[in-house]
Design a protein. Structure first.
Length: 178
């Protein structure tokens, strides 16, 4: 396993869980707004400098992912696009677009909750981060509060299916529906 990628939760710190809970609160905001519930916080020196949650539908912008919005607020807060020595906490593994933004903004570490088996850009589906062409070192830790993060996503999609009158059970195992 690459030394920069640690997907084993036994190395979880209390801070990782605390900041992931903050990201989960951002995800709950997205849920309440009818957006896919993904939340993100950016932390530097123990201080949250950026927050975001999915706002794709509200802003009618395909790039309005939680990570992109949190990176934008963090950059505005420190008045610098270079987010060196920061950690980005996000409830779902970043997609390739967000992984690219993480590299470009020079985030030092990514901590995500649930892996994304469809669009994960930090190694689950594709790996934009490790061995990147920009030669930037980004540490990745996955699986932090994964069950809670995945549970919120499942609840959202179940709610959407029920609102459409669709149980979602079309011969597919419930865990495979997300």
């Amino acid at each position: 396993m690459d030394e920069l990628k640690d997907i084993s939760p036994e190395n979880v710190s209390a801070d990782d869980e605390r900041y992931m809970r903050m990201a989960l609160r951002e995800a709950e905001k997205a849920f309440d707004e009818g957006e896919i519930p993904i939340g993100c916080v950016v932390v530097k020196d123990g201080v949250v400098i950026g927050r975001g949650h999915n706002q794709v539908e509200m802003l009618k912008d395909a790039t309005a992912h939680a990570e992109i919005l949190a990176i934008g607020t963090a950059s505005a807060k420190i008045e610098n696009w270079r987010l060196e020595e920061t950690t980005l906490y996000v409830t779902l593994e970043p997609c390739p677009m967000c992984a690219g933004a993480i590299l470009n903004s020079r985030v030092s570490r990514v901590v995500y909750g649930s892996p994304d088996t469809r669009f994960g850009g930090c190694g689950t589906t594709v790996d934009v981060i490790t061995g990147n062409a920009l030669k930037r070192e980004v540490k990745v830790t996955g699986g932090i509060l994964a069950d809670e993060c995945l549970g919120l996503l499942k609840a959202f999609f179940q709610k959407m299916r029920l609102e459409k009158g669709d149980s979602g059970n079309k011969g597919v195992e419930p865990s495979a529906q997300l």
